[in-house]
Ligand binder design. Structure first.
Ligand code: NAP
Length: 259
């Protein structure tokens, strides 16, 4: 299917690795011009080069912390009139909620609630004036089903989902949509790191922990960042203008529910 977004400009935050990179790749395959982002300039440059060579897309690498005002300004300077915004960032590490400090709470809310909202505030009017806009937030399946130890992450992302629910309805008549993708477990660096930590907490090896976790997913495997990216690209496509304010799970069937 032609997604109808060749030539569209996209900012994909936190995209030098993992799910963000999967989104950048899929949008590049659809012919978009992309601003990719990450804090480690060398890793980001390598990822940008890899995607540009594979797809022929125009990629701009902007190394900055999206959680800072200066970082967001740098992203918007590289792409002042984005058609597509993919909100992504690092997430808080697992921790017993009773031990989370006030400073950690504020940092978590800043990263996963205030930062994406600030970018939406900056881009949405321009999208509406131009008659096309697709905003996609990477949140988590933990917005819908609790994950022990990820309370701060879940709370911030549920807050983001609720915060943007009215805006999603306010702008859809001008062909600007806001949707959220809720990943289950995907094969990324973050999951590899978390696996080591969680395995140690359970007293098993990371390999044993991973095998157990894979077995618990009906698909019997973790997701691939590229299949995550394809869903993102569809939501960013010209065909998705009638989908807004939705939270779409992609989790290999892990969330056990009828609807
Ligand atoms: N993977 C999963 O199964 C899963 C499930 C549920 C939710 N999530 C959420 O999805 C998001 C992406 O996860 P992932 O698994 O793709 O992580 P990942 O593999 O660790 O990749 C994270 C990416 O974000 C960049 N990044 C992190 N903090 C940044 C910042 N402040 N400014 C700019 N770039 C930043 C990293 O580059 P630098 O470190 O160089 O900045 C890297 O490119 C996270 O919020 C995670 O909590 C993931």
């Amino acid at each position: 299917m032609d997604l109808g977004i060749a030539g569209r400009k996209a900012i994909v935050c936190a995209s030098s690795k993992g799910l963000g990179k999967g989104c950048a790749r899929a949008l590049a395959e659809a012919g978009c011009e992309i601003v990719m982002n990450g804090r480690d300039a060398a890793v980001l440059e390598a990822a940008a080069r890899e995607i540009a060579e594979a797809t022929g897309a125009k990629i701009h690498a902007v190394a900055c912390d999206v959680g800072t005002e200066a970082g967001r300004r740098a992203l918007l300077a590289a792409c002042p009139a984005p058609d597509i915004l993919v909100n992504n960032n690092g997430g808080p590490q697992p921790k017993d909620f009773r031990q989370i400090t006030r400073e950690e709470m504020i940092a978590g809310l800043d990263a996963n609630l205030l930062t994406p909202v600030a970018l939406v505030q900056a881009v949405i009017d321009g999208m509406a004036e131009r008659g096309f806009g697709r905003i996609i937030d990477i949140t988590s399946s933990s917005v819908r089903t609790p994950i022990l130890g990820l309370d701060l992450s879940s709370g911030a992302r549920a807050g983001l989902t609720a915060f943007l629910a009215a805006a999603a309805r306010q702008f859809v008549d001008r062909n600007v949509t806001i949707n959220h993708i809720l990943p289950g477990v995907f094969d990324t660096d973050r999951i590899a790191t978390a696996t080591v930590r969680m395995a140690a907490m359970k007293g098993v090896t990371p390999e044993q922990f991973r095998a157990e976790r894979e077995k618990s997913v009906p698909a019997k495997r973790f997701g691939a960042p590229d299949e995550f990216g394809k869903l993102c690209a569809f939501l960013a496509s010209e065909h998705a203008g009638y989908i807004t304010g939705q939270s779409i799970l992609i989790d290999g069937g892990a969330f056990n529910t009828v609807i």
